[in-house]
Unconditional design. Structure first.
Length: 362
C-alpha cells in the first residue's frame, strides 16, 4: 500500500546512503586537493579558511585569490573583470549545498541561526566578529603491524596556499620525469628508483612547507593492536602540536584535521571517531581551548599525493627500524628519503632536527 510507512524505508535508506557517499566523495576531493569543479574548489576554501564558512564575501575573496589570481588576486578588482570572475551567487549556492545538504564545513552557530532571518548587512557584521582560525593539516599512515616496531608517521602542512602550489609542482615534476604512477613504497624497484630519488629531492626543497613526525613502540607485549594504534596516533598528534607551537611555526588557536590512509573501513571509522573526540577534549584542557578538532577521515590514498608521501615516510622508517640491513632499492630509497627530510641517521629516540622531522619512541 502507498501509505504503508515501511514501503518508504528502502528509498529513504538509499537516499541517505547516496548522500553519505557523496559526502565522502567531497572529503576525498579535499584530501586529494582535487579542484576540477566549482564545488570542489569551494569545499577546499571552506576547509582551509574557516571564516569563509560564515561569510560569502570572505569566501569570494579567498576564491578569487587562490583560483583566479590573475584578475582577483590584487587589492583592487577592475569593474570590467567582474564579468569574468566567478560570481558570488554561484559560490553561495555551492557553499549552501556543502553546508546544508552534506553537513560539511559548518558555519558558526550564530551565523547558522542568522542566515535566512537577518538582513545581509547584519549577516556580514556577525561574520566579521568570527575568528579566522588557521588549520593543522595532517596526513598519516601506519606500518609495522607484524614487525618488532609499530609505527605511525605523518606529514604536516600549516599553510594552505602552499598546498596549491605544491600540487602544481607535482604536476610539473611528473611531466618532466614522464612518471605517471602513484607513489607507493611497495612499488619501488630498480627500474623506478631514480624517479623516487628525484621525488625525495623535490620534498627536500619544500622543507619550509612540510614537517615530518613519527612515533613508534615495540610491538611485543601489546595486548591490543587497535588500542596501541589509537594511542600512537593520539600521542603523535598531541606531541606534534606542541612541537609546532614551541618552534613558533604553528601558534594557537588552530583547528586540526587528520587524513589517514584507509586500511579497514569499519576499524578506521571507529579509530578516527575516537581520535577526534580525544583531540577535541585535549584541545579544551591541555591547550586551554586553543585547539579544535575538524575532519578526521580515513580515505583511499589513490590520487592523494600527501597521503602517499605519508606512506613513503612511514614505510621508510619501518624499513630502517624493522629491516635487516639489506641494500635493495627499497632500502636505498628509505635511507635517502629520511636523509632528505632531516633524519640522516635514521629514526633515533626522541630525535628532533630543526623543523623538518621528529621521531618519538615510547
Amino acid at each position: 500500500m502507498a501509505d504503508d510507512p515501511t514501503e518508504a524505508e528502502p528509498a529513504d535508506l538509499t537516499k541517505e546512503g547516496q548522500l553519505e557517499a557523496e559526502r565522502d566523495e567531497v572529503l576525498a576531493s579535499v584530501a586529494a586537493a582535487k579542484l576540477d569543479t566549482l564545488q570542489e574548489k569551494v569545499a577546499w576554501i571552506l576547509n582551509h579558511y574557516p571564516k569563509a564558512r560564515d561569510s560569502d564575501i570572505t569566501l569570494q575573496i579567498h576564491f578569487w585569490e587562490e583560483f583566479e589570481p590573475e584578475l582577483g588576486g590584487g587589492a583592487v578588482v577592475q569593474k570590467e573583470d567582474l564579468y569574468t570572475l566567478t560570481r558570488l551567487t554561484s559560490l553561495s549556492r555551492a557553499r549552501a549545498t556543502l553546508q546544508n545538504t552534506y553537513k560539511l564545513f559548518q558555519a558558526s552557530p550564530e551565523v547558522r541561526a542568522a542566515r535566512g532571518t537577518l538582513a545581509e548587512a547584519e549577516k556580514i557584521k556577525a561574520a566579521e566578529q568570527q575568528i579566522d582560525v588557521p588549520v593543522f593539516d595532517v596526513y598519516a599512515d601506519e606500518s609495522g603491524k607484524t614487525a618488532k616496531h609499530l609505527i605511525v608517521g605523518s606529514v604536516w602542512c600549516l599553510h594552505p596556499p602552499e598546498l596549491l602550489k605544491f600540487r602544481k609542482d607535482i604536476a610539473e615534476w611528473r611531466e618532466q620525469r614522464g612518471f605517471k604512477d602513484e607513489l607507493h613504497f611497495r612499488d619501488i624497484n630498480s627500474s623506478n628508483l631514480a624517479h623516487y630519488m628525484s621525488f625525495a629531492d623535490l620534498m627536500a626543497e619544500r622543507n619550509t612547507v612540510f614537517s615530518f613526525k613519527a612515533i613508534s613502540v615495540e610491538r611485543s607485549g601489546l595486548k591490543s593492536l587497535d588500542g596501541a594504534l589509537q594511542e600512537l596516533f593520539f600521542h603523535l598528534l598531541v606531541r606534534g602540536i606542541e612541537h609546532e607551537v614551541q618552534t613558533g611555526r604553528g601558534p594557537l588557536p588552530r583547528s586540526l584535521q587528520l587524513w589517514k590512509d584507509l586500511e579497514e573501513a569499519g576499524r578506521d571509522k571507529l579509530l578516527m571517531a575516537a581520535l577526534r573526540e580525544k583531540i577535541q577534549s585535549v584541545g579544551t584542557t591541555r591547550f586551554a581551548g586553543g585547539l579544535t578538532a575538524e575532519e578526521f577521515t580515513a580515505t583511499d590514498s589513490k590520487g592523494k599525493t600527501l597521503i602517499q608521501i605519508a606512506d613513503l615516510y612511514t614505510s621508510s622508517i619501518n624499513r630502517v627500524l624493522n629491516g635487516e640491513g639489506k641494500d635493495s632499492p627499497k632500502d636505498q630509497f628509505a635511507r635517502y628519503f629520511l636523509g632528505k627530510v632531516g633524519m640522516p641517521e635514521g629514526p633515533r629516540e626522541s630525535e628532533q632536527v630543526g623543523d623538518m622531522s621528529i621521531h618519538i619512541s615510547l
